[in-house]
Design a binder for this molecule. Sequence first.
Ligand SMILES: [Zn+2]
Length: 136
Amino acid sequence: MGNDLKKTSKFYAIIKGKCPQCRRGDIFTGNIYGFNIQRTNYSCSHCNQRFEIEPGYFYAAMYVSYAMNMIEMISMGFATYYLSGGRLDFDSLWLYVGVIFLGSLLLSPLNYRYSRIILLHWLSPKIKYNPIFDKP
Ligand SMILES: [Zn+2]
């Protein structure tokens, strides 16, 4: 028989920072670039899934965030190279340092958020999507 409950897509859940189990509750408080410092909720308000499933679990997110940072810095380096018309002399060193430093600073809230989302959605075999919880 057809299932007429609308399921939340994984893509939506990842973009919006939703709980990996029910795809409805928020993982974080506040907005990504809001005035309040964003925090990770202790557990899902919708299905009670704990996000930090064991103490220190989010240390693993540091590796994800490190990989994201490397990709971003390399991309910014290339972008600076092309946008500055291929300058690679010693004087343009500070241009690269400035762009990469500022860029990383601006992207850090995004890295914080998405490293944890990637960890919870893709790298946590203990947390699985469960359609039973994916309803109002
Ligand atoms: Zn949930």
